[in-house]
Ligand binder design. Sequence first.
Ligand code: APR
Length: 251
Amino acid sequence: MEDLIQQAAKDLASCKEAAALTGAGISVESNIPPFRGKGGIWEKFDPMEYAHIDAFMNDPAKVWNALLKDMKAIIDQAKPNAGHLGLARLETLGKLKTVITQNVDGLHQLAGNTDVIEFHGNFAWHFCIACKGRIRTEEMTLSEIPPRCACGGIYRPDCVFFGEMIPAQALWRSRQAAAACDLMLVIGTSAVVQPAALMPVIAKEAGAKVIEINPEPTPLTGEISDYLIQGKAGKTLSAILAELERLLQRP
Ligand code: APR
């Protein structure tokens, strides 16, 4: 793996504008469980029964009790880890422009990245399904479930449920960023959910180098990715940054 770390540092040193696509795996080291694989949320809950918009509208209390209450508790405590901080450092070094994230935890912004496209929205905000009034999640007490707006309507997270469209602006900007980059880091995603998993394909078609960081191979591995660095995001990105900083210092 050592030589792939060096290869990634060299590729980043010579790239003009990198982009990143991240998934739940980059937040695992911030104690936020992934959806699939070991300890995945969908191992416990059927996403169609708990994360589909129809399921929420049919029984908001059930979805709040089973899924959203715990999500709020976990995300309220979460802090950026070395993986998030590594991507923020890549932006400071002028190498990384845009992070396209499938995550709703807001940790990339907390780590310092300034151009973050939230493909699936952000759990930091909720809005009332009746009057559309918005509230910051951290201000919600959850004294009643489901939480209600002053108008009596029920609050829902400002995230994309299954069965909903990806926000048009997020989709359009992500496609643009993928087509414009000459290197894409694909970190902590199982690459099974579309259209997010299309972004590395667009980057590849545009001639970018695609580098995966994941303990496991994905459908992109060997097809779209130039190489997979099999490892955890935090440790791997820390090692790549250390090598990149060394290369950039060299006269
Ligand atoms: N570092 C890097 N990758 C990791 C780590 C880690 N420490 N731990 C796990 N992974 C990898 C897993 O091997 C897996 O490939 O992260 C990936 C997590 O996959 P998913 O849980 O499917 O997350 P994601 O790809 O983001 O899911 C996409 O599906 O359910 C929807 O809306 C949800 O945004 C989510 C979308």
